[in-house]
Design a protein around this ligand. Structure first.
Ligand code: ATP
Ligand code: MG
Length: 214
């Protein structure tokens, strides 16, 4: 199964979600590789930190690629149980060619209007790709969302995204928690740390993704 995490918007939590899904899968005994298609190499650096960790962490393979990644993604998809593709925060060749191979595109959105404003363009990119890759399914997830229940940005974003019925919004909301930054810095996923709320977020995120692809 090939899962791409992508959005033309930068800084919406793509790499954080990509590495956390990969760590969760590895911890569950799955064979997983991250295809890092962003020259910033955020997820590659995470994988290197993971290799250098003093703890014995389950293996997450990593490979970097740029430009047209379709053939490589398809090849990895045949060799690994799960391929997680991390792409850059812009409309790139990697974003567009990755989704020609992916089973699923997961689009993280920060719950703020400037972030949500990219949805119409993204919708067009996705529907175009679906002409060539009929199995492609796209899902949206709210990310880096405020934990304060008094802030109603999450509900507003949910209302906005509900208009895009072809790109279902997952119920799971990935909140803004320091533990995500801490885990990122030491090559771990939050499922390997001790914050139950973050563990629950990533676990239920994956369960929802699986549910949509079943
Ligand atoms: N759920 C979260 N809680 C707290 N901090 C987060 C969370 N998700 C991401 N961050 C932080 O926000 C910043 C951007 O996250 P990240 O690098 O995952 O985004 P990105 O979409 O991959 O960015 P880019 O477009 O540059 O590739 C990083 O500093 C990251 O540690
Ligand atoms: Mg990134």
């Amino acid at each position: 199964m090939i899962v791409q995490v992508g959005n033309q918007k930068g800084g919406c939590g793509k790499s954080t979600i990509a590495v956390n899904l990969a760590a969760h899968l590895a911890k569950s005994g799955k064979d997983v590789i991250i295809l890092d298609a962003d020259r910033q190499a955020t997820s590659t650096n995470w994988a290197l930190d993971r290799l250098e960790s003093s703890e014995a962490l389950p293996t997450v393979q990593n490979v970097q690629a740029s430009e047209n990644i379709r053939e490589l993604a398809l090849d990895l998809g045949r060799r690994y149980e799960f391929v997680i593709i991390d792409t850059a925060g812009r409309d790139s060749k990697e974003l567009r060619t990755g989704i020609l191979a992916a089973d699923l595109l997961l689009v993280p959105f920060r719950p703020s209007q400037p972030d949500l404003d990219v949805m119409p363009t993204l919708y067009e990119i996705i529907t175009n790709a679906q002409l060539f890759n009929e199995k492609l399914k796209a899902l949206a997830v709210l990310s880096i969302a405020p934990t304060n229940p008094m802030i109603n940005e999450v509900a507003e974003a949910q209302d906005y995204l509900a208009e895009y019925a072809d790109i279902p919004l997952l119920n799971t909301v990935v909140r803004d928690r320091k533990i995500y930054r801490d885990a990122m810095g030491v090559g771990k996923g939050v499922v390997e740390m001790d914050n139950p709320k973050a563990i629950e977020e990533i676990t239920s995120l994956w369960e929802e993704i699986r549910g949509h692809k079943a």
